[in-house]
Design a protein around this ligand. Sequence first.
Ligand SMILES: N[C@@H](CCC(=O)N[C@@H](CS)C(=O)NCC(=O)O)C(=O)O
Length: 242
Amino acid sequence: MLDSITTSAGSVENFPISKRWPAVNPNILQLYSMPTPNGQKVSIMLEEIGLDYEAHKIPLNDEGVSSPEFLSLNPNNKIPAIVDPDGPGGQAFGLFESGAILTYLAEKSGKFQGTTEAERWEVQQWLMFQMAGLGPMCGQLGYFITFAGKDIEDKRPRDRYLNEVKRLLDVVERRLADRDWLAGSYSIADMAVAPWLNCIEQFYHAGDMVGLRDRKNLSAYMDRFNARPAVMRGENIPAHDW
Ligand SMILES: N[C@@H](CCC(=O)N[C@@H](CS)C(=O)NCC(=O)O)C(=O)O
């Protein structure tokens, strides 16, 4: 095992992860990711704010997320994670958990986090809705309809997640009845939620199963999100063919 987690160190090269995935330019932000919904959130945000960064593709297996080098940055063996050479106090700074990274980048850039104090909390509220609700529930649904769990005869686990995802989609549908974006103007909350809607449609191929496009507000919201140039650029970074 490598040394314990290094969250703050003089430079990017001090982080053990850069031994396995070396930075070409250690002076710019390093993103360790895959273009899954959780990874897309961060690459889309980086494209939206126009910060220079380098993306490293981290396989979702023992060679990638479970390697000692990756675990030294995120002991929870999951993408995405970042190292920012220009972190707090001008020191290189490591961070994992997509919600924390989105909030960090919003703070750093002063963008996409709401313009008033009330709006900022609304953005956080809908970000947490994704982190604690929509994301985990969609992930479980994916297991039971697309991956190994689809062959399980007992359909009660599948139905539990199917019903919960449908319920959460209804929450989004109602929220969007009188607005274009979840909280104030376009924000990190949208960058967290919309990639999961895309995942249901494009990766799980479960749009019909959950009635995704039957929800008119939500459907228009997906189209609005997907038409953004930064979303089109960011959604396949680091590039990967599934
Ligand atoms: N709560 C975490 C979840 C991240 C997550 O689930 N990442 C998945 C890919 S979408 C992963 O790295 N899985 C690898 C594994 O579990 O071994 C976040 O939002 O950053």
